[in-house]
Design a protein around this ligand. Structure first.
Ligand code: SF4
Ligand code: SF4
Length: 472
């Protein structure tokens, strides 16, 4: 792979943009990358962190609270459980505010810390760099050996290595597909496919096969292009980060003018000795010295590679490090611009609103309306009746058998047909009911009546509706 040219930091934005575009096109033209095996302090930290991320990812679907999973993302039925909080189809407003809060949180986090998520916690990076790439290095060796193997004729050894690698890739993809479905349908549903006849679970089995194929394609072939071409978050970087954002960056003030290191020279160049080690380890194939680029997932491999070189030639480490453009150029400490404070204020407001919504949320949601076209009925016993149609939505993940009560004024309810209102999780019950109230309690033509919903003696919700009566 040929190396893109250095782009001076003070180059005019238009020219710089053109150069970056040319570089990225050049990278795309190179079909397969062979990044060298990363090693060093930052890589070790990432290994420890990745083990924690993978443990959390695999353990979470098995954690239950009160008989329900702690996290369920059933997009098919629009049912979600987030840290024990059930969000059904009726709670679309709560889900919408949660998504908005999450997005503002991501924006704020990115403005301050850049792509820390991509480099450390994103499942794509964690699986790619810490699982699939490690398998590849173990079977085929480091970058140079991989390149030679790909160029070599199809011998028994090459066939064995390739078959072994892709078989393991397929097996791991199958495990990840099951993991994803455990988050969507839950582990109980997933385990049924093992214990019950397969023909009863064709859609679920098809889902496992489809996701296995998608993950296999992603990790065996697509690889870094999932981050550099497909992922929308990566494409948003240019608008999210600014000169105060902390990213993996090359200290061009210290490194330039770059130049090879020669024995016994009195060095007049910068600290970059143009060894290309930072480029050789980069899993997305870029040159960090060209400045911030959309393709950089902040994986820290180039920090380790450069630090190892600096140590070897007895230069100060940190030529590539976590820092911001302003810190490099002004040598100033970290500072947050007004954008950060603005996003933080919006996030605080949204969090406050979210807490309020969750705290005041009821287990049911009832619509109780006078039946269109119906009038009041005057009864012989000096009472008045109105006919209502009602719908009750169960917003929980458990079965509820609610009762409706008239609180004020006093009166009676007479349900049409069976009054069994038992509702399945996230289910709904509906019916019609006559509300009858003594005339003496109805001084006006229109009276607001107060009602409530109970489960046994447990209060669930109250609401109001209007009652029509004749005016004497
Ligand atoms: S430039 Fe450095 S941090 Fe960015 S992706 Fe390449 S190796 Fe990782
Ligand atoms: S590893 Fe460091 S010294 Fe070598 S080319 Fe990259 S920035 Fe320069």
């Amino acid at each position: 792979m040929s190396i893109p040219n250095y782009i001076p930091q003070d180059q005019k934005p238009a020219a710089r943009g053109q150069q970056l575009k040319a570089n990225s096109q050049q990278l795309k033209a190179d079909s397969k990358l062979y990044p060298q095996k990363p090693k060093g302090k930052w890589h070790n930290r990432r290994v420890v962190f990745s083990v924690a991320v993978l443990s959390i990812l695999f353990i979470t679907p098995f954690i239950n609270i009160g008989g329900q999973p702690i996290l369920l993302l059933n997009v098919l039925e629009r049912k979600f459980i987030i840290f024990g909080l059930f969000i059904g189809p009726q709670d679309y407003w709560l889900f919408g505010v949660m998504m908005l809060t999450f997005m503002v949180m991501i924006v704020l986090f990115t403005v301050v810390f850049g792509r820390l998520w991509c480099g450390w916690a994103c499942p794509q990076t964690v699986f790619m760099e810490m699982v699939f790439r490690k398998i590849e290095y173990a079977i085929e060796g480091d970058a140079g050996k991989q390149k030679l193997l790909d160029k070599a004729p199809w011998t028994a050894d090459k066939l064995f290595k390739k078959a072994l690698k892709y078989s393991i890739f397929l097996a791991v993809s199958f495990v990840i597909a099951n993991l994803l479905l455990a988050y969507i349908v839950g582990v109980d549903e997933l385990s049924r496919i093992v214990h019950e006849p397969l023909e009863d679970h064709i859609p679920l089995f098809s889902g496992i096969v489809a996701f296995t194929a998608i993950f296999y394609f992603n990790f065996a072939w697509l690889r870094e292009k999932a981050c550099t071409v497909v992922c929308p978050y990566g494409r948003l970087q240019s608008v999210l980060i600014d000169r105060n954002t902390i990213t993996v960056a090359y200290d061009h003030e210290r490194g330039e003018t770059r130049g090879k290191l020669h024995k016994n020279e009195i060095r007049t160049n910068g600290d970059c000795i143009d060894c290309f080690q930072c480029v050789a380890v980069c899993p997305t194939g870029i040159d960090i010295r060209n400045g911030n680029q959309m393709e950089c997932v902040n994986c820290t491999a180039c920090i380790d590679a450069c630090d190892a070189i600096m140590e070897k030639i007895d230069f100060k480490k940190g030529l590539i490090r976590y820092t911001s453009e302003n810190e490099i150029e002004r040598k100033s400490g970290k500072s947050f611009g007004p954008r950060v404070w603005g996003y933080a204020a919006v996030l605080l407001l949204l969090c406050g609103g979210l807490v309020g919504m969750i705290a005041t949320r009821s287990d049911t949601q009832t619509s109780f309306l006078r039946t269109p076209g119906s009038r009041y009925i005057e009864n012989k016993d000096n009472t008045v009746s109105n006919l209502y149609t009602f719908k009750i939505f169960n917003k929980t993940n458990r079965t509820i058998t609610p009762t409706i009560r008239l609180n004020a004024p006093d009166g009676t309810l007479l349900f049409a047909g069976s009054p069994d209102l038992t509702m399945q999780p996230a289910g709904m019950a509906e019916g019609t009911v006559f509300v009858t109230i003594p005339k003496t309690s109805l001084p006006n033509r229109k009276t607001v009546i107060k009602m409530s919903v109970y489960q046994g003696d447990i209060f669930l919700e109250d609401f109001e509706t209007t009652f029509m009566a004749p005016q004497d």
